[in-house]
Design a protein around this ligand. Structure first.
Ligand code: GAR
Length: 185
């Protein structure tokens, strides 16, 4: 039985997709949600899914303290894998070193194209004919770690539809990849 912790900063739709998938699975568990944002909608989702949640704000941008708190929560649960799902902070090299090989991220573009924020809109506005998602290990860079899987879909008629389809693709893909990574631990 593997233990997964999800880090999210906002809406939390990927967190919910992972939680629902793992609930039906009965082999691995989501031990907790950690968010850096008190206003994150992911918190409401954790409450209704009855998953333990922790708010770890970066007071005065103090990353060291926030990461120490997160590391102690992660250790408490004997965590096998840490899944970033819209977690909009850059983790320090020390934190990445501590959990090397255990931190996974999902990004809404075909990396190395369009790293950072606003990736779907930037790819769409650049006229790309194929857009997609990347699941990768987290290293010290921004969206630069070793790629685990990429999936692409054709350009949609509007940015709104494109965005919806990219999120749908994330929700179908991310839980399955986390499942197989936990299986192989
Ligand atoms: C997702 O599209 C995820 O790929 C993206 O944030 C969104 C979070 O949505 N992550 C990044 O852009 C990381 N660089 P959610 O909160 O509804 O899961």
């Amino acid at each position: 039985m593997g233990s997964l912790i999800v880090l999210a900063s906002g809406n939390g739709s990927n967190f919910q997709a992972i939680a629902e998938y793992f609930n039906n699975l009965n082999t691995h568990t989501i031990s907790a949600l950690i968010t850096d944002q008190l206003s994150a909608y992911a918190l409401a989702r954790a409450k209704s899914l009855a998953i333990p949640y922790y708010v770890v704000p970066y007071f005065k941008k103090d990353r060291t303290t926030a990461e120490k708190i997160m590391a102690s929560i992660i250790s408490t649960y004997n965590t096998d894998l840490i899944a970033l799902a819209g977690f909009m902070r850059i983790l320090s090299p020390a934190f990445i070193h501590q959990f090397r090989g255990k931190i996974i991220n999902i990004h809404p573009s075909l990396l190395p194209s369009y790293p950072g924020t606003n990736s779907i809109a930037r790819a769409y506005e650049a006229g790309e004919s194929q857009l997609g998602i990347t699941v990768h290990y987290v290293d010290e860079g921004v969206d630069t770690g070793t790629i685990i899987i990429q999936k692409s879909i054709p350009r949609a008629p509007t940015l709104e539809i494109m965005t919806e389809r990219i999120h749908q693709l994330e929700h179908e893909t991310y839980p399955r990849i986390l499942h197989s990574l936990l299986d192989s631990q």
